[in-house]
Design a protein around this ligand. Sequence first.
Ligand code: NAD
Length: 252
Amino acid sequence: MVIKIAVVGAAGRMGQIMVQGLSEYDDLSIVTVVDVLEVPGATNWVTSVTDLSANDVDVVVDFSSAAGATATLRWCAVNGVAAVIGATGLSPEQVRSAVDENANVVLAANFSIGAILAERFAAQAAPYFERVEIIEMHHDQKRDAPSGTSLATASAMAVARRAAQVSTNPDPTVSLVLEGARGALGEGDIPIHSVRLPGLVAHQEVIFGRPGEGLTIRHDSYDRSSFVSGVALAVRSVRNRPGLTVGLDELI
Ligand code: NAD
């Protein structure tokens, strides 16, 4: 049976790629696109999720903004429609408070398969290295920093370290010549440094150090099509997953 999808944020960079990419699968159909801005070429465009008809939509895919995704989650919860949320800037706690516990929601800061594997490998390595820092690099239109992916990566590494009862070495810095020079601290006090430049898409390096050796795990999304297959996977799974699923990790 074909899964009927509404894409929120359809006029944006990610939304346009999702509309085009998801339409190419035989088992998925984009029935409506939602955006406050006009979606070029769309005949089935509405400006708000509240204009959707719950009978016509099986899954809402949201790549709008944190505020847009909050509205999507509320509409989906009230109308019993599953949601796949790609918009970043919302914590799992904020998502939980927007929906009831039975709502079917997949929330992922990164839908690229390579990025999920990179996060998994970083968590595997984390207990073996005293120090680790993250550099995340994105295009110059990204509104939130640090990236949701870097926060999720720090969290996965902190969890792995706690499970192995390993703690990180303290930061040696005693004097900050410039405030912020050591980045922001993610979970487990892991420093995260954000770079924003034109020409980039989404890139991340996790740099580990221990005496006499280093390890770098790097992932690059060169093009936004890297996110489509992960979203398709989430769309196919979300209706069978009551409650909130955070991250693609459980789906691959
Ligand atoms: P963008 O600014 O190009 O597009 C966002 C679109 O959403 C715009 O067209 C805007 O008009 C629309 N929008 C915003 N609020 C809305 C609302 N309340 N209702 C309807 N439409 C609304 O941004 P982008 O680069 O496409 O990124 C969109 C989101 O996806 C960001 O949060 C970004 O961080 C996230 N993102 C997630 C992944 C992932 O794999 N999870 C990958 C890349 C980007």
